[in-house]
Design a protein around this ligand. Structure first.
Ligand code: SF4
Length: 253
């Protein structure tokens, strides 16, 4: 993100936008120096686990172990506890658990854990649509642009834009989230999707929202598209936005 912000600073045409990016860069530098978060919203703990099919976990429950890690991490790091136990009663759990865990069994004997502490603001402006297949790539682009237009400056741009295309209703949303875990700006290895990423980035930056919504061209730092097979009658598309405070780490054991 630091490199992406530096590139955005160079590319931004609006003096106000450039000034905002400089403030974001100063904020990142201060957070690094003081070992504190770049934003008060330290998010919900999104944990994506790739579990090698030859791995055998002993000594306890994987889900409880992840929750315990989140509990300790948020406590020791003085990170804000942002989770409510019930979406309607809204009582804070007090330790940022439960984590939101997704486990996928993969070949091999490794356990890979990806952690994405995801802020609420950018989650709130994320959207999903079940398009008609005839709407095709034009429909996908229209939906992504509409989503960014509706988000405006509300979720602290410049954004990283995760797009999921295909799969089922639920898989598509997860694809968009997983897209955010890719190294910023690394293109999709499939050529047609890499091209779509470029076209979307260009079109999003033409919206003029700019850094923190104050106008400019640097509305998004990158667009990451992921796709899955889907049903002949379906064309799901999901957009999961992340603000510039994108944080994620992966560990393999
Ligand atoms: S959108 Fe991002 S930068 Fe803005 S308040 Fe939420 S986590 Fe912080």
């Amino acid at each position: 993100m630091e490199e992406a912000l530096a590139r955005a600073r160079e590319a931004e045409e609006s003096p106000v936008g450039r000034g905002i990016i400089e403030e974001l860069q100063a904020n990142v530098a201060l957070a690094k120096e003081e070992a504190i978060p770049v934003c008060q919203d330290t998010g919900m703990a999104i944990v994506y686990v790739e579990l090698g099919q030859d791995v055998h976990i002993t000594g306890g429950n994987l889900y409880l172990a992840i929750d315990e890690g989140v509990r300790q991490g948020y406590e020791q790091g003085y990170l804000r506890k942002s989770i409510v136990a019930d979406p309607l009663r809204r009582e804070n759990t007090g330790d940022n658990t439960p984590a939101f865990i997704r486990v996928q069994v993969v070949p091999g004997d490794k356990l890979r854990i990806h952690l994405l502490p995801k802020g609420g603001g950018s989650e709130n402006v994320s959207r999903l649509a079940m398009l008609k297949p005839a709407q095709g790539v034009a429909g996908v682009k229209k939906f992504v642009l509409e989503t960014l237009d509706l988000a405006g400056g509300n979720a602290c741009p410049p954004y990283l834009v995760g797009v999921g295309i295909g799969g089922t209703f639920d898989e598509c949303a997860f694809l968009a989230k997983r897209a955010l875990m890719r190294e910023v700006g690394r293109p999709n290895p499939q050529e047609h999707l890499a091209r779509l990423e470029e076209e979307l980035l260009e079109a999003i930056n033409d919206l003029g929202i700019g850094p923190q919504g104050f106008g400019g061209r640097q509305t998004a730092l990158a667009v990451h598209v992921e796709s899955l097979p889907t049903h002949i009658a379906c064309l799901p598309v999901a957009v999961n936005l992340s603000c510039h405070a994108l944080r994620h780490r992966s560990r393999e054991v």
